[in-house]
Design a protein around this ligand. Structure first.
Ligand SMILES: Nc1ncnc2c1ncn2[C@@H]1O[C@H](COP(=O)(O)OP(=O)(O)OP(=O)(O)O)[C@@H](O)[C@H]1O
Ligand SMILES: [Mg+2]
Length: 423
């Protein structure tokens, strides 16, 4: 199963490329679903037909859907929100403020993520293609599971099992509203979903992000930032697609200046994103609409359609990187994170009391939950080299070899266990 997500600045060609990729995948015989998570849906325009918020068949092997952003929020968060509301009011918060606070930030993203996960888990599709919203919103979408994890962890300090045992006693001591089984069930389900979607999208063997841009300075700048942030969140980017390149055959003198600017910018794109492959797509003589034009676009990007797994198969991994690695060098462990295209001075990092490293670049931050093995060690420093931030941890002489198991990325285990009925 493959998940391919196209992101980039507004208007660069994300929807067209998602649709073209979907058409090609379906032609190769993959059962393909193409989903739009951009509230300003235009997937239907690319296929020159109405799509709407339910999966519809667009061609043999090809289904499309424009996700209704608010559809699943209530179902999964409604119960929990009601309880949080009561809890916050009990703490003396004004009812209006409580109501606001009980809304999980970025909640709209949940519907999209759930739909992606549900389709992935249905086993009915070989490829899921996501036509995402412009960069900022996409980062919010991809960052959501982590933010939700952090939020739920901090706002819900209860251990389900402990509370089950202690409930009668706590009840005698305070009139604080206690979450009941129904609420724990809801949270358990929600956290389970979040965990699965986070694993799915973060798993480079299944999910690849593709950055779309045009050969214009401002667009390139935004794409570079997007690339950095995607790495910050541990997502794997496997290709860059440079769309709307003026064809060399274009002879009209009027475009001379544009053409020479474009060729300089193209050079810049190849340099900046090295070692990612950059696919160039020409500006066509007309808009990309309807299956035929989409086929033409796919032909240019991926090459001629041969067979599954062959040259023109968009599901291949065009680049395989290592977003996060842990290894030992002498008396230190190194946690190495891929953070391309930033200056060391732009990266801020500190260790939080929750055994997390908080890494901040510009307006985006990630809480990297330390593997249990590293959480025990002191941070000795950090080095930025070759597009990677390497964080060094001293191993005290008294510490025996840390078992492999304790060096695995830790993201969800503790939280999931906290809400599990028999956790
Ligand atoms: N290479 C191309 N040649 C000609 N027209 C193109 C090309 N690529 C995209 N277009 C056209 O440009 C317009 C915008 O493309 P598209 O909708 O794919 O961009 P987008 O990145 O999804 O935009 P938005 O951010 O608004 O969702 C569409 O009308 C599309 O048909
Ligand atoms: Mg679009």
């Amino acid at each position: 199963m493959r998940i391919l997500l196209y992101t980039g600045k507004g208007g660069v060609g994300k929807t067209s490329l998602s649709a073209a990729t979907a058409v090609r995948c379906a032609e190769l015989g993959y059962r393909t679903a193409v989903l739009s998570t951009d509230p300003a849906h235009s997937l239907g325009d690319s296929f020159d037909r109405r799509i709407g918020s339910h999966l519809v068949e667009l061609a043999p092997n090809l289904w499309g859907q424009e996700i209704d952003l608010l559809s699943q929020m209530d179902q999964y968060w409604g119960t929990v929100q009601g309880y949080l509301n009561a809890l916050l009011m009990w703490r003396g918060m004004d009812s209006l403020v409580a109501e606001e606070t009980a809304v999980l930030p970025g909640m709209e993203e949940l519907s999209s993520l759930m739909q992606i996960t549900a389709l992935a888990e249905s086993g009915q599709y070989d490829v899921i293609i996501i036509d995402a919203a412009p960069t900022g919103s996409t980062l919010q979408l991809l960052g959501f599971p982590d933010i939700a994890r952090w939020y739920i962890e901090k706002i819900f300090p209860f251990q389900r099992k402990t509370l089950q045992l202690a409930r009668p006693m706590v009840k005698r001591m305070t009139d604080m509203p206690l979450p009941d089984d129904k609420i724990f069930d809801s949270i358990e389900e929600l956290v389970g979903y979040l965990e699965r979607m986070s694993r799915l999208l973060g798993d480079a063997t299944q999910s690849s992000m593709r950055v779309v841009l045009n050969p214009e300075k401002m667009v390139i700048k935004e794409a570079q930032r997007a690339y950095t942030y995607l790495n910050l969140y541990g997502y794997s980017v496997d290709a860059v697609i440079c769309n709307r390149v003026f064809p060399r055959s274009l002879a009209d003198r009027y475009f001379d200046t544009w053409k020479s600017a474009q060729s300089q910018n193209l050079e810049l794109v190849h340099q900046a994103f090295h070692p990612l492959p950059v696919f160039e797509v020409p500006l066509f003589t007309q808009e990309v609409m309807g299956i035929q034009m989409l086929q033409q676009m796919a032909e240019v990007v991926f090459g001629p359609a041969t067979t599954r797994g062959g040259q023109g198969d968009p599901t291949q991994h065009y680049y395989i990187g290592k977003p996060q690695e842990i290894y030992r060098v002498g008396s230190q462990y190194v946690l190495s994170l891929s953070l391309p295209l930033v200056e060391r001075s732009d990266i801020q990092m500190h260790r939080s009391v929750f055994d997390e490293l908080v890494i901040r670049i510009g307006n985006w931050k990630r809480n990297v939950a330390l593997p249990t093995g590293l959480a025990k060690l002191e941070v000795a420093g950090a080095k930025y080299a070759e597009d990677r931030l390497n964080i060094l941890f001293d191993i005290p002489e008294s510490t025996p070899e840390i078992p492999e198991e304790e060096l695995k990325p830790r993201r969800w285990e503790a939280l999931t266990a906290r809400f599990r009925r028999n956790g």
